[in-house]
Design a protein around this ligand. Structure first.
Ligand code: SF4
Ligand code: SF4
Length: 150
């Protein structure tokens, strides 16, 4: 496991020892249904100090959390695991690209004439850049050590 979030920390922070391995989380998981992440296996992997698979396929939809009889916050666990992976430089390119756009533009997608035109056609307000929002975003990035580059 990573130096950034040792497995022992995650096990106790998320009381993973309470997992019953009932697989209700995975049965309700839309990502697992399509061959993506299996939350019960992610919990097992952390408990056994193995590298969890599929964390970037999680949709952060909270369904697993709704059904877990042990109230294990799998969504926040996934978020921690992703953060750790990003710090280790193994985040998928598509996430890094979005992160890079976020840092530069203050939003998760680029503002260009095509986007502006489509927004206009949909009756949405034009995108505007905000110095204040960018300053606040800069603080969040620095405090969270947001990692978006290899
Ligand atoms: S939050 Fe992630 S792991 Fe949980 S049900 Fe949704 S996709 Fe699956
Ligand atoms: S629903 Fe909760 S207790 Fe059951 S396998 Fe998933 S994490 Fe473990």
């Amino acid at each position: 496991m990573s130096e950034h979030h040792p497995a022992g920390d995650l096990r106790s922070s998320f009381h993973l020892q309470d997992c019953l391995q009932c697989s209700q989380c995975t049965e309700r998981c839309p990502s697992a249904r399509h061959g993506g992440v299996r939350p019960d296996e992610v919990v097992s992997a952390v408990l056994e100090d193995r590298e969890p698979q599929g964390i970037w396929d999680c949709l952060l939809c909270h369904r697993c959390l709704e059904v877990c009889p042990s109230d294990i916050d799998i969504v926040m666990l996934m978020t921690h695991l992703r953060h750790r992976s990003a710090l280790d430089g193994v985040a998928p390119d598509r996430f890094l690209r979005t992160g890079s756009i976020l840092v530069k533009e203050g939003r998760g997608f680029p503002s260009n004439p095509r986007v502006q035109k489509q927004r206009e056609e949909l009756g949405l307000s034009p995108l505007v850049d905000s110095d204040r929002a960018m300053r606040e975003l800069g603080k969040i990035i620095s405090r969270t050590r947001f990692a978006y580059e290899r």
